[in-house]
Design a protein around this ligand. Structure first.
Ligand code: FES
Ligand SMILES: [Fe+2]
Length: 387
């Protein structure tokens, strides 16, 4: 019997992990492996990701359709920075640090609608445009410049109905980063899709294991055999001809028997094969969505440590689907329940592989051609982290 050595002698230093990642990223796809387990378990590696990726790049906070009227807001953390996004009277969107300028109390929670933002600690009050309107009992100070104490703005960009945020004022625009993705998603007109659900969840896995799971269709016929597995002919998967550094995507077709995922008869913009084709972009690092002719669902991830990830999860439907439906409430409930069942199937596997990554005998194995985007993700991470 072959003796399998315990892996406790592994070099878990950040330098060793980065060197392994760089070597992996340099391989062609047909020699690629999954990333080494330490990439998913090292606190030092996570700290580097936080600094360079989550504080240095763009993250998606949600969709504009979540904020339909002035004063509506939702909260989102950009790494350790609490932020809220709010709709202005002129219809534009703004983001601010969700932290009071007095003694740093966090201001808003969850989502809602407000005319003013009142700090729950000492009632400093802000306009939705961030200006400080009132600060009780501060007039006895010899100097108090209310105009200099507005909420700190956070950079925001809207792209095809998505709201992206960054703490990095020097980051290139989302528009420039996703220039080549734009023509692929534009025919679906997803900015008009009507949001029917948005929720936050926490799963026990590393954020990258969930990203990788999303990107590869290899698991669909197996892990999702009880739900969507039978409707995806995975051999028909088409990838990007030339990978782009900021994102990756694939196209896949649905069989005509699929209960959802094909164009509604009232959809007059998608033609031919497009009507049964979905595009599945992953915008690095952590925004991913399935954009089908009749609906979309998405995830935006935020690490909560190496072994937990916070997921903003949402579903939206093409307007013609809801407009022509006899019982939209039932359709919405059924769609949400079905997609949640698919999510649960994913949760089982991504929590399982995370447990595996912590195990001393674990080693990463070779990738299948259907996991091509996982290798592109490793190359993206190496470019961000290994220099
Ligand atoms: S911390 Fe906000 S008013 Fe004091
Ligand atoms: Fe899945």
């Amino acid at each position: 019997m072959q003796y399998i050595p315990l892996m406790s002698f592994r070099d878990n230093s950040i330098d060793s992990i980065l060197a392994q990642l760089a070597a992996l990223a340099a391989r062609p796809l047909d020699q690629a492996h999954a990333m080494p387990p330490e990439v998913y378990t090292s606190e030092h590696f996570l700290e580097r990701e936080r600094e360079r990726i989550f504080r240095g790049g763009w993250v998606c906070a949600g969709r504009t359709d979540s904020l339909r009227s002035a004063g509506e807001y939702f909260c989102f953390d950009v790494d350790s920075q609490p932020v809220f996004v709010v709709r202005q009277k002129d219809g534009s969107f703004s983001a601010f640090a969700n932290v009071c300028r007095h003694r740093m109390m966090t201001l808003l929670k969850g989502q809602g609608k407000c005319k003013r933002i009142v700090c729950p600690y000492h009632a400093w009050t802000y306009d939705v445009n961030g200006a400080l309107l009132n600060a009780p009992h501060m007039d006895s100070r010899s100097e108090f410049d209310q105009t200099a104490l507005g909420l700190h703005p956070v950079r925001l960009e809207v792209w095809h109905g998505w709201i992206y945020l960054t703490l990095n004022n020097d980051a290139p625009t989302v528009d420039s980063l996703l220039e080549k993705l734009s023509p692929l998603v534009a025919p679906y007109q997803m900015e008009h899709y009507v949001q029917i659900l948005e929720e936050d969840h926490v799963w026990d896995t590393n954020w990258k294991q969930l990203t990788e799971n999303f990107m590869e269709g290899y698991h669909l016929p197996v892990a999702h055999k009880a739900t969507v597995g039978g409707y995806f002919p995975v051999e028909a998967t088409q990838f990007a001809a030339v990978p782009s550094p900021g994102f990756t995507f694939q196209f896949f077709e649905k069989t005509t028997e699929a209960p959802v995922g094909t164009a509604h008869p009232d959809n007059k913009t998608l033609r031919g094969k497009q009507r049964v084709t979905s595009v599945m972009p992953t915008v690095f690092p952590s925004h991913m969505y399935v954009l089908a002719p009749d609906h979309l669902w998405y995830l935006s991830l935020q690490p909560q440590g190496v072994s937990q990830v916070k997921i903003r999860y949402g579903i939206a439907m093409a307007p013609e689907v809801l407009e022509t439906c006899e019982d939209p409430d039932k359709l919405i409930a059924d769609t949400a329940a079905f997609l949640w069942q698919v999510n649960e199937e994913d949760r089982v596997v991504v929590e399982g592989i995370h447990k595996g990554a912590h195990a001393p005998l674990s080693t990463s194995g070779p990738l299948c051609w259907l996991e091509r985007e996982n290798h592109e993700f490793a190359q993206y991470l190496a470019a961000q982290l290994c220099n």
